[in-house]
Design a protein around this ligand. Structure first.
Ligand code: 5GP
Ligand code: MG
Ligand code: MG
Length: 175
């Protein structure tokens, strides 16, 4: 397994993101909404860099991809969210790939009454985006490879790795 981003580099970048977010929010209360399950480790690390009043909430998004290139369906499970009316929300996700997931979550949270919705992703895959969407904070641009670790999984595995790694090429399946 090839290490793409080592643990100490992630730590430095999460420090920088936390400082940037703290400056921008300038002491105003913030509700961090993590997107399960990939956000877990990033969320735990990032929120400990925020010194202003911070509430943590979680939702789950499940996407069902038609093919590698079509959007498919996205189910947003928000049963665990508190009432977000009037909240200043920061959505945290592990990776922005096509952009479908996070852009639809933003629309969903605005519809639920959030006063503002900003977004933060740890990773951003270059050359894959399909919807016009700019995250407010992004940790690392990465090449178009399937990555695992630091929360990101392959079939439920590898989330626990403290670094971001590229999985070896999967055997091509017959068309
Ligand atoms: P999007 O909706 O932006 O296309 O996809 C975002 C979601 O796809 C991420 O939250 C993540 O769950 C999954 N995803 C996209 N690329 C990767 C990757 O390289 N590795 C892993 N583990 N998940 C990915
Ligand atoms: Mg995800
Ligand atoms: Mg996954």
């Amino acid at each position: 397994m090839e290490i793409l981003i080592p643990a100490d580099r992630i730590r430095e970048r999460v420090d920088e993101l936390g400082a940037e977010i703290a400056t921008d929010f300038d002491g105003r209360p913030i509700t961090v909404v993590g997107v399960l399950t990939g956000c877990l480790i990033f969320l735990a690390d990032l929120i400990r860099r925020l010194s202003h009043p911070t509430q943590v909430a979680l939702l789950q998004a499940s996407s069902y991809r038609g093919t590698a290139t079509t959007a498919g369906r996205l189910d947003i499970h928000d049963e665990l969210l508190p009432d977000l009316t009037g909240h200043h929300v920061l959505v945290l996700d592990d990776i922005l790939d096509t952009g479908q997931t996070i852009s639809r979550i933003v629309d969903h949270l605005k519809a639920k009454g959030a006063a503002s919705v900003r977004t933060c992703v740890l990773l951003r895959k270059i050359g894959r985006q399909q919807v016009a969407f700019e995250p407010d904070y992004a940790g690392f641009p990465i090449p178009d490879k399937f990555v695992v670790g630091y929360g990101l999984d392959f079939n439920g595995l590898y989330r626990h790795l403290p670094f971001i790694a590229v999985l070896p090429e999967l055997p091509a399946t017959e068309a």
